[in-house]
Design a protein around this ligand. Structure first.
Ligand SMILES: NC(=O)c1ccc[n+]([C@@H]2O[C@H](COP(=O)([O-])OP(=O)(O)OC[C@H]3O[C@@H](n4cnc5c(N)ncnc54)[C@H](O)[C@@H]3O)[C@@H](O)[C@H]2O)c1
Length: 272
């Protein structure tokens, strides 16, 4: 059911690779809710992914290739988006994450530092770069909403998550620090959503993903949140109904983050 919550709003959505991607679901909902937007992803993802299918489903929206670690590319994304959409931007989704150490299964305590720096640049600093580019180009309207996607490994140890845990801590910190700056300057909101484990390309690359997906399901009073449910939450945060929410890391995880242990899990462990 659509509510026209984003009618008249203009946005940029980074990170839709295929239909499992969180950003893909967000784009579909933004379209349903009346927004116009551009889509962006890394050049390699444009070649390998299915983003053009998504663009067609969203009223032939434009796709702009960009490596999110490149300031030059990001400037292009913002300038072109304002030109194509006919004005400044009201919402931005940063749904970007990648760790070469996770991909290559290099353990955290024997890390490769070049890879580690890439993880931080792609998965966290790129959020700062998006925000700084938007500031420099004065690309955002007042009360615009910028969202990044995080994971609870920023607060608690999930060993298989490797250096992505450090990247998520930095991502959440950037949301706070930039949210402060952008709030005073331009009344722009900056938040992160800490999402349940979700079966996507990035998600399933993490060692032991299936195990902690099921563990989280058993630990969460409301069950794991799906990508589609995450998209609904993003819509709420892009809308004018959440104007005074900023600098937050918002858990969207069915209650997992505040559950010590669930009866279901205890009963299962007693039987073992
Ligand atoms: N899947 C999960 O369990 C989960 C849980 C919590 C948070 N998240 C976060 O959600 C976000 C989206 O991930 P997803 O699960 O939808 O997986 P996904 O693989 O569909 O999306 C990750 C995206 O990052 C893009 N990307 C990688 N390097 C890039 C670069 N240099 N420049 C631009 N884009 C680049 C990829 O092309 C891809 O589209 C990530 O930040 C991820 O860490 C995922």
């Amino acid at each position: 059911m659509a509510y026209n919550l984003l009618k008249g709003k203009k946005g940029i959505i980074f990170g839709a690779l295929d239909e499992k991607s969180m950003a893909w679901q967000v784009a579909l909902k933004c379209h349903e809710e009346g927004a116009v937007f551009t889509l962006s992803n890394a050049p390699i993802a444009l070649r390998m992914g299915k983003i053009n299918e998504l663009a067609a489903q969203c009223g032939n929206t434009q796709v702009i290739g960009a490596d999110a670690t490149s300031l030059e590319d990001l400037e292009q994304v913002f300038s072109k988006s304002m030109e194509l959409l006919g004005g400044k931007i009201d919402f931005v989704l940063h749904s970007i994450g990648m760790s070469p150490n996770v991909r290559k299964k290099i353990p955290y305590d024997d890390t490769n530092y070049d890879n580690f720096l890439k993880t931080l640049d792609i998965s966290a600093l790129s959020f700062h770069k998006v925000l700084q580019t938007a500031t420099k180009l004065d690309a955002l309207n007042e009360w615009a909403s910028v969202l990044g996607l995080s994971y609870i490994a920023a607060q608690r140890v999930f060993p298989g998550y490797n250096d992505m845990a450090d990247a998520k801590s930095l991502l959440e910190s950037i949301a706070r620090s930039f949210g402060y700056q952008y709030g005073f300057k331009k009344k722009v909101r900056v938040n992160t959503i800490s999402q349940s484990p979700t079966l996507t390309t990035a998600g399933s690359g993490v060692e032991g993903f299936n195990a902690f997906f099921h563990y989280a399901e058993k630990m969460s009073p409301l069950g794991n949140a799906t990508a589609e449910e995450c998209a609904n939450y993003c819509i709420a945060l892009f809308s004018d109904l959440t104007r005074k929410v900023t600098m937050q890391n918002l858990f969207h995880d069915g209650g997992f983050s505040f559950t010590g242990v669930s009866t279901q899990l205890v009963e299962q462990l007693i039987q073992e």
